[in-house]
Structures are given as structure tokens and as C-alpha cells.
Design a protein around this ligand. Structure first.
Ligand code: ZN
Length: 164
């Protein structure tokens, strides 16, 4: 089988045991809202989507308003700067779970122009000095590819921009 690699066949407690790896190819469609969002990130622009009924601006964008259940469709550019709403500091590294080495923080950042916060990595700051309400800005990858990690992290606003 193309999708399976047998690593070892052995006997254990009178039974034959196959140990192997099954490869599971898949195709994942990001959906209409996320596709536009990622296309924006590939140009280092962060888009939100505004509800024309209740005025909420969702970042990341959604298809339906959580507030009034209207279908969303009005795209708006939001700032790459915002305010840290809450955070948690990660002290252990788990390469298959976290895209960066510990210590770092995950935070919810509400960008200027958005009504909702987006979750992301926070680096470039003394983690003991993190506090809700501080200003952060997005750091974009040099060569964005159209995915969430085109923003490599958020860091305190006002420091050197556009590198990292
Ligand atoms: Zn709404």
C-alpha cells in the first residue's frame, strides 16, 4: 500500500504485531471568509469583516455575525496594531503543538478597528512585564505565504517594524 509503511512486524504475547505509519493525504478548503483573510495576510494587510446590521467588525473574519446572526460580507482593513486583552505564558516547548520555542505567550489581541480579538503569539517582550491593555503590533514574515503564521508574532508597538 502506498499510504502505509510497515516499520516492524514482531510477535508479542503470542500475537503478531505490525507497527507502521499510515499516511493520510487530505485537502482542506479554508472557506470563503478565511480565504480572503489569508489572501490579505499574504499582502501584509489584515482584513476584518463588518456586520452591516450591528456594526461589529470580526477579526479573524467569520461568515455569520455572532451578535445578530446576519450574514457578513463587508470587508474592512484594520490596523496591524492593537491592544492585548488577555494572555497566558507558555514555559514548555512542544514543537508539534507550538510554532515557537518556549518561553513565549499566547494572547488575545484586539486590533484597532476590530470589535473582536485574535489569538496569536507574543514575543519580543519581557514576559514578566506583559499586561492586559498594552499596545502590540503584528510582525509579518518577510515572504508571506497566505496563512495565519504570515504574522509571526505580536510585540510591543513602537519598536522596529517589518523584520522578523
Ligand atoms: Zn451583527
Amino acid at each position: 500500500m502506498d499510504n502505509e509503511t510497515i516499520l516492524e512486524v514482531r510477535e508479542k504475547d503470542g500475537l503478531l504485531v505490525h507497527q507502521g505509519v499510515i499516511r493520510v493525504p487530505y485537502t482542506w478548503a479554508a472557506g470563503e471568509a478565511a480565504s480572503q483573510f489569508y489572501a490579505g495576510l499574504a499582502r501584509k494587510v489584515i482584513y476584518g469583516i463588518r456586520c452591516t446590521h450591528c456594526d461589529m467588525v470580526f477579526v479573524p473574519p467569520k461568515k455569520t455575525c455572532h451578535q445578530c446572526f446576519a450574514e457578513l460580507g463587508e470587508w474592512v482593513k484594520v490596523s496591524s496594531r492593537g491592544v492585548l486583552e488577555t494572555f497566558t505564558v507558555v514555559h514548555y516547548s512542544e514543537p508539534e503543538l507550538h510554532p515557537v520555542q518556549a518561553p513565549f505567550a499566547y494572547g488575545i489581541i484586539k486590533l484597532d478597528g476590530a470589535s473582536t480579538g485574535m489569538a496569536h503569539i507574543i514575543q519580543g517582550v519581557d514576559l514578566d512585564r506583559l499586561q492586559a491593555g498594552m499596545s502590540l503590533e503584528a510582525v509579518f514574515k518577510e515572504q508571506p505565504e497566505g496563512n495565519y503564521l504570515d504574522i509571526t508574532c505580536f510585540r510591543p508597538a513602537g519598536e522596529a517594524k517589518g523584520h522578523g
